[in-house]
Every structure is written in structure tokens, then in C-alpha cells.
Design a protein around this ligand. Structure first.
Ligand code: UDX
Length: 412
């Protein structure tokens, strides 16, 4: 099938690459000329483990929405929906894409399916996207088809999903999208637009809840002088719980969990429901990164090496990273901070400038430090045990703590 994808960021690119791998013809649309040129030259505009320029083969990019809509049967909206300071999602890019598609449809005339893939709060596709489309066009179908892509594993997640959720306004649109995914082995859930949106934010809110839950148990374990990982060994074997997302530590970050939970809290409150559980999930998480400081003693004037600034291993993304929260606090407390991350140094420099030092490698960063704090689970950090005898504090459990020289959240 012929597919145009509005937004060639993380979700758009991976969706495009994944659909092209399944034999569909893909056109990416972006307002950023430089990005479009890069894609057309076969250069990957983002870093994603396991994805390279050869995956762009056969994919075209354009800045012209009309050309893309006229030459395709389906348009996906895959633009960003960043959080605003009040927790609300910024829908400007979604609205602009919908408007551009709708205007192009006036010229096209043939039936066309629009599918929203960007994460949006329940009600958005029906109450915001649909009226924009209707203003200009009438011969279209509308779907909401959420993405469940983890950074670092995005293409595998796209090609081998646990499920495909298709919320649709009309049956015809739903069956066209179902046909697009006919070569995928996953179960397909067909539902309405608003339920599909809620599946996405409920899934991410549940996973975030699991993490804050196990972090709270970890914090209580410390009080009993036991190790949360010993407890998890027994808890995770209950099939109703599952072993995933039970790693206690410095808390969750990234572009999705914090944004989606805050977004759901915001819309629930607007509907006059106070979501106490979700608010607590966020407040446990906000404090969690700083809990490593319970093991450091006073940090003022001490030389501290923070290993890892990315919100997880396998990415250069530092958005909402637990490490970034910690470094802000170390600066505030006047510690002499040095950081090292194998991928995310440039992004960290943009945030902290000359307020901290940057090491060229883990080994060089270790010189003359009083203390080391590990905040991202990069595998190379495991070697640290052989490189130093200085105290190590684990915000991510990549080593076995001993409570003496290696201390960890959830272990005493
Ligand atoms: C997430 C979702 O998993 C994905 O389905 C979604 O649609 C986008 O958001 P991502 O943000 O890429 O993906 O990262 P993920 O691997 O889910 O980790 C999120 C955060 O939770 C990371 O900071 C990670 O370190 C933390 N985490 C994860 C824990 O603290 N403990 C765990 O057990 C698992």
C-alpha cells in the first residue's frame, strides 16, 4: 500500500522504515528541509540502535504535503506532542499536520485514510483532529493507531509488536488499516478512537506505576535491612505480576512515561476526577533519583563522578532523565561534579554548560574522585569495579552491592 507519514522524528521514521520493510511504499513529510534532504541522501537523522542508513532504502521524503497525500492511500500523523510546563500536551504539530492533510484532500478527492499515531490524550482525535479535517474535506476515514515503541528497541517493537490497536471512526478506515498490517503476526484490537487513545496512555501509566511501586518497596526494604532484588525474585514469578518493569532504582525518565502520566492527570482533573494514584506515581518518581544522596553523606566540595546522563542505556536521549535531576541537585549542593556518558555527553553539555566537568572516558573521569554514582545502566560501567576502590553508589543495579563500598537504592 502507499503510505505518507507526517513527521519524520523518532516515531515517524521507525514507522516508515518498518512499513517499507513489510513491502509498503513510504513517503515521509517534514517541515524541516534539512531533515528531508538528509533522508533523501540516505543519511539517518536520528540515532537508534540497530537502525542504519541502509534501512532508508526506497523511502522518499518531502516538504510538500499535497504531493504526499495525492500519491498515497493512508496518511499517518507521527509528530511530537511535548509536555507543556502545566502538564498539558502541546497539540500544535498535530493540528498543523491535520490541517495540511485536509487541505491536500481538497485537491485529491479520492477516499483517504488519516491515522493518528502520535500519543494524544483521550478525546483528541474525535474532538480536535476530526473537526479540522471536516472543515476542508469529506471523503476520508479516520483512525487512531497508537505506537508502543521503546527507544533502542523501536524497530523490533514495530515489526514484532505485542498487539496492534486500531481505533476507528468508520469501519472502512479500520479495515484498510487492518490490511496494512496483514503481514504482522500480532493480535489486532479494533476499537473506537477514544478507547485506542486510552489504551496507549493506560499502558504507559500502568508501567510507570509498576516502577514507582517497586521503588516504593525498595525504599521500605532499606528500612528493614533487606535487598529489594531478593524480594523481586519471589514477586516476579506470579504470572499476574510478570517480571518486567520491576527494576528498582533511580526512577523512570524519557519522553513518554512522565509526559503520558502527567497528561492523563491533567485531563482527568479537567473532567473533575482527582487521580490520586497517578499523582503519587509521579511524586515517588520525582524524589527517587535524589535518594542516592542518602548514601553519599554531605556532598558540598566533594569530587563526584556521575556515570550516565541518558534516561536509559542505548540512547543519547536525556529527556526527564533521573541523572539530570540528580546533577541539578549536586550543583545546587556545591559538589564538584564530573560526568561521563558514552552517547549523551553533547546533550548534557547543552543543559549544564560549564557548571560541571565532562570526562572523555570512564577511566579518565575516575582520576581524583571521592565518589562515583552510576545513573544509567550502560554495560561498560560494570567494569568500574576493577578500575577504582572509591565508594560506588548505584542508581541502577548493574553490580551487586555489598553495603560497604558498593551501595544501592533498595539495599542496606
Ligand atoms: C516507553 C514505553 O516502554 C513504550 O512502550 C512507549 O510507547 C514509549 O515509552 P521508553 O521511554 O523508550 O519506552 O523507555 P522504557 O524502556 O520503557 O524505559 C522508561 C524508563 O523507565 C527508563 O528511564 C528506565 O530506566 C525506567 N525503568 C524501566 C525502570 O526504572 N525500571 C524498570 O523496571 C524498567
Amino acid at each position: 500500500m502507499k503510505v505518507s507519514i507526517f513527521g519524520s522524528g523518532y516515531v515517524g521514521l521507525i514507522t516508515g522504515i518498518g512499513l517499507a520493510k513489510k513491502g509498503h511504499k513510504v513517503i515521509l513529510v517534514d517541515v524541516d528541509k534539512k531533515k528531508v534532504q538528509k533522508i533523501n541522501k540516505g543519511i539517518m537523522p536520528i540515532y537508534e540502535e540497530g537502525v542504519s542508513k541502509k534501512d532508508l532504502k526506497g523511502i522518499k521524503a518531502t516538504i510538500n504535503p499535497q504531493e504526499a497525500v495525492i500519491n498515497t492511500d493512508i496518511s499517518f500523523i507521527c509528530v511530537g506532542t511535548p509536555s507543556m510546563p502545566n502538564g498539558m500536551m502541546n497539540l500544535n504539530y498535530v493540528k498543523k499536520s491535520a490541517e495540511a492533510i485536509a487541505k491536500a484532500l481538497v485537491v485529491k478527492n479520492d477516499y483517504h485514510v488519516i491515522a493518528v499515531k502520535s500519543t494524544v490524550m483521550p478525546g483528541t482525535t474525535k474532538n480536535i483532529v476530526l473537526p479540522i479535517l471536516k472543515k476542508h474535506a469529506d471523503n476520508f476515514g479516520l483512525c487512531m493507531n497508537p505506537e508502543f515503541l521503546r527507544e533502542g528497541k523501536a524497530l523490533t517493537d514495530f515489526l514484532k509488536p505485542d498487539r496492534i490497536v486500531i481505533g476507528c471512526l468508520d469501519k472502512k478506515a479500520g479495515s484498510i488499516l487492518k490490511k496494512l498490517y496483514s503481514k504482522f503476526k500480532a493480535p489486532i484490537v479494533i476499537t473506537d478512537l477514544t478507547s485506542a487513545e486510552m489504551v496507549k496512555v493506560a499502558s504507559n501509566s500502568f508501567l510507570a506505576t509498576k516502577i514507582s511501586f517497586i521503588n516504593e518497596i525498595a525504599n521500605i526494604c532499606e528500612k528493614f535491612g533487606i535487598d529489594v532484588e531478593e524480594v523481586v525474585k519471589g514477586v516476579k514469578l506470579d504470572h499476574r505480576i510478570s517480571p518486567h518493569f520491576l527494576q528498582a532504582g533511580a526512577g523512570f525518565g524519557g519522553s513518554c512515561f512522565p509526559k503520558d502520566v502527567k497528561g492523563l492527570i491533567d485531563v482527568a482533573k479537567k473532567k473533575k476526577y482527582i487521580p490520586n494514584l497517578l499523582s503519587t506515581v509521579m511524586s515517588v518518581n520525582e524524589k527517587q533519583a535524589l535518594r542516592v544522596l542518602n548514601f553519599t553523606g554531605p556532598v558540598k566540595g566533594r569530587k563526584i563522578l556521575v556515570l550516565g546522563t541518558a534516561f536509559k542505556a542505548g540512547t543519547d536521549d536525556i529527556r526527564e532523565s533521573a541523572s539530570i535531576r540528580l546533577i541539578h541537585e549536586l550543583i545546587k549542593k556545591k559538589a564538584k561534579t564530573t560526568v561521563y556518558d558514552p552517547q549523551a555527553m553533547q546533550n548534557a553539555k547543552k543543559v549544564f554548560g560549564n557548571k560541571i566537568k565532562y570526562a572523555k572516558s570512564m577511566k579518565s573521569g575516575l582520576k581524583n574522585q571521592d565518589l562515583i554514582i552510576i545513573m544509567t545502566e550502560w554495560p561498560e560501567f560494570k567494569k568500574i569495579k576493577d578500575l577504582t576502590n572509591k565508594p560506588i553508589i548505584l542508581g541502577r543495579r548493574i553490580l551487586k552491592p555489598d553495603g560497604i563500598n558498593i551501595k544501592a537504592i533498595g539495599y542496606t
